[in-house]
Design a protein. Structure first.
Length: 336
């Protein structure tokens, strides 16, 4: 039996037609390299328009690289970055922030459903600087979170305000920023949160491998290309990383497809016979399921991961169909 990965991750979906068409359109003629081409310039303009912000934009190959390079720009090797304890940078990037940052540390903070608990952040910021411990220099946030919840503007402001008051940096991992936007998060307000570096996720939104790094703090843009080059993230044919953003943003598909993914997650949650552990606000559904039933689910052909908190995760994407949701739900009802 061939395993079905429809709900294993939003990374398992194919690329959306709008992204592929833009990629093909960019594959003509000769142009300058390393992100200096008109395609990259157009994609950057569309991102600035989406964010209503005057910022520098660069395109890289992966979210891990985007996050790690950004964090390395915000903290020195003897410093650390605060993040939710289950943030992608803490659990799924194999120490990349420390590698790119030549020793930068990560300090995990608790919080329900992927959102940092404000009191935990306050306690971490209040700890005294000492020579034998990496003190924080920045905060990393994720929206939508790893558990499919979405911070509101005010919730983020409550976290960034005390950090900025101390002169520290802020990084926002937007691997699923499109899903957050589709859930009502206003992207044009990000610039008011004190975010220095934003990662706009392309891959999970339905593009071929590409992510955008948005540099709000233009002081960080100095020699940023050299930082990318050293990290192997300044490709000579940069237009092919930028082009999918033109197709997705220019057509409105970036948020439109995310809204569909969110709707499919809500549909699955409504049909779910297992207890749903976290609020379904974006495109993920997390449920309580024992090992025996998870093994039987895999044996039936559907693959799903057991996640960090012990729940079983089902992710929807732009390509998820109502029929596939109903088919999975029928299998889950049989298991339950």
């Amino acid at each position: 039996m061939t395993a079905r990965y429809d709900f294993a991750s939003d990374n398992t979906a194919p690329a959306a037609p709008e992204a592929i068409e833009a990629l093909v359109a960019a594959n003509t003629g000769f142009t300058s390299g390393y992100g200096t081409d008109p395609v990259s310039a157009r994609a950057a303009d569309l991102i600035r328009e989406m964010l209503d912000a005057d910022a520098e934009v660069r395109f890289v190959a992966s979210g891990t690289a985007a996050n790690a390079v950004s964090i390395a720009a915000l903290a020195r090797p003897f410093e650390a970055v605060l993040a939710h304890e289950h943030a992608h940078i803490c659990t799924d990037e194999t120490g990349a922030p420390g590698l790119f940052g030549h020793g930068v540390g990560l300090i995990g903070l608790p919080g329900a459903a992927g959102r940092i608990e404000p009191s935990a952040l306050e306690a971490a910021l209040a700890r005294p600087d000492v020579s034998y411990r990496q003190s924080p220099a920045a905060l990393s946030l994720t929206n939508a979170t790893e558990y499919g919840t979405v911070y509101t503007h005010d919730e983020l402001k409550a976290l960034t305000a005390p950090v900025k008051a101390l002169g520290y940096g802020v990084h926002l991992d937007g691997a699923r920023l499109a899903n957050a936007a589709a859930a009502g998060f206003d992207l044009k307000l990000i610039k008011d949160l004190g975010v220095d570096l934003l990662v706009v996720g392309g891959t999970k939104a339905g593009m071929p491998p590409t992510e955008a790094v948005v540099i709000f703090d233009r002081g960080l843009a100095r020699r940023f290309d050299a930082r990318l080059k050293q990290a192997g993230q300044l490709p000579s044919k940069g237009r092919f990383y930028a082009a999918p953003f033109i197709g997705m943003l220019g057509s409105g598909a970036f948020v439109r497809h995310a809204a569909h993914a969110n709707a499919m997650a809500r549909r699955l949650a409504e049909l779910m016979p297992f207890p749903v552990r976290h609020p379904v606000e974006a495109n993920g559904v997390f449920v309580e399921m024992d090992d025996e039933r998870l093994a039987r689910l895999h044996a039936s052909g559907w693959f799903a991961y057991r996640f960090l908190d012990g729940s079983v995760r089902f992710m929807c994407s732009w390509a998820t169909t109502p029929e596939s949701v109903d088919s999975l739900a029928a299998t889950l009802r049989d298991l339950a």
